[in-house]
Design a protein around this ligand. Structure first.
Ligand code: NAI
Ligand code: 15L
Length: 281
């Protein structure tokens, strides 16, 4: 196959929603996949794929799984807001194990980061500028904080060890947008699969950051490193505006911030002034 990498590719989180999409989509392109998850793989195994159950907390198992691999697609872990102790093992310790395995193999890492690493940026209104990849991290919870940590882990391993990594700040990757926010954040499954393909096949990436959303006119996000990997999204959430454009939460915190509902989970900040509740931001 012309666009299959020379070495096997390890996919963590293979039994999850995006893992299953990628396992099917990348196998169909002729890739040799090593799949892993703490949960059983629920689908028939794709051609050339193997599956092994493993916990991301187990560093020795990760080293074994990555042996001989040229890239690690890291989609495993806690995928939504949870208490700190729940996030800690899979998302922080697990990420260290992934990067140590990548270091031993000289493999490139694609990290499934999230918009929740920057979720406390306000949504741009009117002509306000979109934010670029080098905006400050503004995590909207412990989950988003673990994604910021993951991106910084990539920065460290590139600067110190030359381990390349592509950090995809995924917006909302679902079959279709389901509310007004997703007109900005939606990433189609096909755009995700093309993004992962481009990130693995690019000759050189260094440490890069990509806003992983489709070609949505209402996107919150601007410049990133997509030219380095030659990726351009082809789908758009705009086609769903009539269906979902009116679906708002009614919660002012959720609607103000890019992270949406995650920002309002356990939100307890006191408004300094009722007339200007967000002064000093
Ligand atoms: P998911 O929850 O369906 O998949 C995550 C997988 O990780 C699950 O199959 C789970 O069993 C596995 N996992 C959890 N703890 C583990 C452990 N200790 N050891 C090994 N495996 C473990 O989530 P989804 O939607 O497929 O997302 C995949 C990745 O993409 C996640 O890292 C998520 O944070 C990220 N992401 C997803 C977005 C989306 O819209 N779906 C948006 C932004 C980021
Ligand atoms: C994420 O990071 C989650 O993994 C996903 O389930 C969605 O909540 C998504 O962000 C989103 O912001 O819509």
């Amino acid at each position: 196959m012309p666009d299959a990498p020379a070495k096997p590719v390890l996919l963590t989180g293979a039994a999850g929603n995006l893992g299953r999409v990628l396992a099917a989509g990348l196998a169909a392109r002729g890739w040799t996949l090593r799949l892993t998850d703490i949960a059983p793989f629920p689908d028939p195994l794709p051609p050339r794929a193997s599956f092994r159950r493993a916990d991301l907390n187990d560093g020795v198992e990760l080293l074994r799984l990555a042996e001989g691999c040229g890239a690690i697609l890291h989609f495993g872990g806690i995928s939504g807001e949870q208490p700190f102790e729940t996030v800690l093992g899979p998302n922080l310790r697990g990420l260290y194990h992934v990067y140590e395995a990548a270091r031993r193999e000289g493999a490139r890492v694609l990290f499934a980061s999230s918009n929740h690493a920057i979720g406390f940026h306000e949504r741009p209104h009117g002509n306000a500028a979109k934010i670029d990849m080098d905006c400050a991290f503004r995590p909207d919870g412990y989950y988003g904080l673990s994604k910021a940590y993951g991106e910084l882990m990539g920065r460290l391993y590139w600067d110190k060890h030359g381990i390349e990594n592509v950090n995809c700040r995924i917006g909302s990757c679902f079959p279709k947008p389901v509310n007004a926010r997703m007109l900005s954040t939606w990433l189609s499954y096909d755009d995700l699969t093309r993004l992962v393909t481009a990130a693995v096949l690019a000759p050189r990436t260094g440490h890069c950051v990509i806003w992983a959303c489709s070609d949505n006119p209402a996107s919150f996000w601007g410049q990133d490193h997509r030219d380095r990997i030659g990726w351009q999204p082809e789908d758009s959430a705009e086609a769903y505006r009539a269906d979902v454009g009116h679906i708002l939460s009614g919660d002012p915190v959720e609607e103000r911030y890019q992270g949406g509902s995650y920002a309002s989970i356990e939100y307890s900040r006191q408004a300094p002034s009722p007339r200007d509740p967000f002064a000093l931001d």
